[in-house]
Design a protein around this ligand. Structure first.
Ligand code: ZN
Length: 198
């Protein structure tokens, strides 16, 4: 896939973020690896998703060179870089503030796999990465530690969620499965009875 095609495909998913209910304003971000040359595209900071153009995306080459987009890259660049380098099975990363996932992240405990897709697609119970300053190397370290080699999604304590996947659709669905699992868990707990996990 050419750089132009990849930018356009990524933008079609970036625009879906606005309708997802998983964000407030310009929060959240996304990166997509180009499997052909190990570079990756990443969203810029503080640009309205509906108005974002293909040339606004930043290109990070395999040697770390940054080909400018518009403004500056997302403040979450450090953890995108870290995950892409340590998880060769992952080509796409999506970070959101999906409400049920973010609510669950404040409890700062693993969310049990209470839904079938959590078991099938996310790697079971959803881990939580310890809170660290936004965009810091410590944050990247904590997320990677929670994600490990097998999980497809992680909660960021008192912040939000990260889902990964081998392609855009996969990462998108993993974020949806994560939000659903957290929603079901919270609603089930509101009955006063502890939900069973799978
Ligand atoms: Zn965030």
């Amino acid at each position: 896939m050419s750089d132009k095609e990849l930018r356009e495909k990524m933008l079609s998913y970036v625009r879906r973020l606005t309708d997802s209910g998983w964000l407030v304003g310009t929060s959240g971000n996304m990166s997509v690896r180009n499997e052909e040359d190990a570079s990756f595209l990443i969203t810029p900071s503080s640009i309205d998703y509906q108005e974002m153009e293909p040339e606004d995306l930043f290109l990070i080459k395999a040697d770390g060179t940054i080909v400018p987009g518009t403004g500056r890259p997302t403040s979450s660049l450090a953890f995108h870089k870290r995950i892409l380098s340590e998880r060769p099975d992952c080509n796409v990363i999506i970070h959101t503030h999906a409400p049920y996932a973010t609510a669950a992240s404040t409890v700062a405990m693993e969310v049990p796999a209470v839904t079938f897709p959590a078991v099938c697609y996310l790697g079971g119970a959803i881990p939580v990465s310890e809170f660290a300053d936004n965009g810091s190397e410590q944050e990247a370290h904590n997320i990677m530690e929670a994600l490990g080699k097998t999980h497809q999604a992680v909660l960021m304590q008192n912040h939000g969620a990260v889902a990964i996947g081998k392609n855009l659709e996969d990462a998108w669905m993993n974020m949806a499965h994560l939000e659903e699992c957290c929603k079901v868990w919270i609603l089930a707990k509101s009955t006063g009875i502890n939900p069973k996990s799978l």
